[in-house]
Design a protein around this ligand. Structure first.
Ligand SMILES: Cc1cc2nc3c(=O)[nH]c(=O)nc-3n(C[C@H](O)[C@H](O)[C@H](O)COP(=O)(O)OP(=O)(O)OC[C@H]3O[C@@H](n4cnc5c(N)ncnc54)[C@H](O)[C@@H]3O)c2cc1C
Ligand code: FES
Length: 333
């Protein structure tokens, strides 16, 4: 709990007392306001809200692009207000663009690959993420697997989760021709072409491969000369949903190595173990490397620490934890 006094949040006709230590999102949900959110920790931007009166701490605007910050947009899930404020839902025209689904494929029994054509060009870097908003307002973040200089479409890889609202809709119901709202691009997990001979280590599990394939293709297309080591982890062989494509890409590029890792199955063409453990066995000394970690949040955060301990400089470790809206009875650690 902080020393901040109770302040008032005005949302339309509703005035809510926000207790010390409470976030604006918590206060709005407590008051029964139906507002979108997912990760609750400033990662996904699905809760983005407009400030119409007062000021909010500047750290509640981290990750929001400058032009939107200047218009008062902030993230209520990480905002503990220090003064009375007025808030409103985002202006759709300021936040969202439109995109039409052009293709839905199911490369594994749990992952679908969705291609979208935005109504106006989206200027993004491979590996960034966008938010997808369904017509009922449900909004979730998905990383971009496409590369702007190579692909006309936006590509997402969505892993179906048990009882997951958006991911099951993607997997079961979404059809080409359907339109969705998109917000973004967001995030800073992408390739920077400043040191072309730097070794890159890319580790992801499940659909955590999505930003990594974009980053790897972007680096190769940009003429990266250093080695690029891509580790994809899953439990069983069926989860290696881009196996053929990645093997072909590695055949074409001498500096790309692809290492599929299975934690529950042995096969002649895969390594046994978690992707992050296998990667560290192969690359025990990471000084001078740039490391990209994407997917399951506990893996990403643990591996961030281990990569640092192995010698990677903190600014050279890029992370994209796929934080979920936690609806489980027992919270994750
Ligand atoms: C920056 C970022 C990038 C991301 N990129 C990707 C990506 O590229 N690909 C990808 O697949 N995901 C990605 N995610 C995760 C994605 O945003 C969604 O959170 C994910 O798809 C789950 O959404 P959902 O609506 O299907 O699940 P939700 O409905 O939000 O459910 C979340 C969790 O709660 C469980 N649950 C749901 N209902 C219940 C219930 N009644 N009781 C108990 N448990 C329940 C679900 O199994 C699931 O584990 C990303 C997240 C972030 C923050
Ligand atoms: S950034 Fe607020 S819910 Fe994810």
């Amino acid at each position: 709990m902080s020393d901040t006094p109770t302040v008032k949040i005005t949302h339309g006709d509703t005035v809510i007392d926000c207790a010390p230590g409470e976030t604006v999102l918590q206060a709005m949900l407590r008051a029964g306001i139906d507002t979108p959110y997912s990760c609750r920790n400033g990662m996904c931007l699905t809760c983005i809200t407009r400030l119409v009166e007062g000021e909010v701490p500047s750290d509640s605007q981290i990750g929001i692009k400058d032009t939107l910050q200047a218009q008062g947009y902030f993230l209520p899930c990480v905002c503990e207000p220090t003064q009375d404020i007025g808030v409103a839902p985002p202006e759709p025209a300021e936040i969202f663009g439109r995109a039409v689904v052009t293709e839905v494929a199911h490369p594994s029994k749990n992952v679908c690959r969705v291609r979208l054509m935005p109504a106006t060009p989206l200027y993004y870097r491979a590996g960034q993420f966008i938010n997808i908003r369904r017509s009922d307002g449900l909004t979730r973040a998905y990383s971009l697997a496409s590369v702007p200089s190579l692909d006309r479409y936006l590509e997402l890889h969505v892993k179906r989760l048990p009882r997951g609202q958006m991911s099951n809709w993607f997997y079961e119901d979404l059809q080409p021709g359907e339109a969705v709202d998109i917000q973004g691009p967001n995030g800073s997990c992408f390739y920077i072409p400043d040191k072309k001979d730097q070794p890159l280590l890319l580790i992801g599990n499940g659909s955590g491969l999505s930003p990594l394939i974009g980053i790897a293709r972007d680096a190769l297309n940009d003429g990266h000369t250093g080695p690029i080591h891509l580790y994809h982890g899953t439990r069983h062989q069926g989860g290696l949903y881009l196996d053929n494509l990645l093997r072909e890409l590695a055949e074409e590029h001498d500096n790309l190595s692809y290492m599929p890792c299975l934690s529950r199955e042995d096969t002649p063409e895969t390594r046994r173990g978690r992707a992050e453990d296998v990667a560290l066995q192969d690359h025990a000394e990471l000084a001078g490397y740039r490391v990209y970690l994407c997917g399951y949040p506990p893996m990403v955060r643990d591996m961030q620490r281990r990569a640092f301990m192995a010698g990677a400089a903190l600014p050279d470790i890029y992370i994209d934890p796929f934080e979920l809206r936690d609806l489980r009875k027992k919270p994750r650690d």
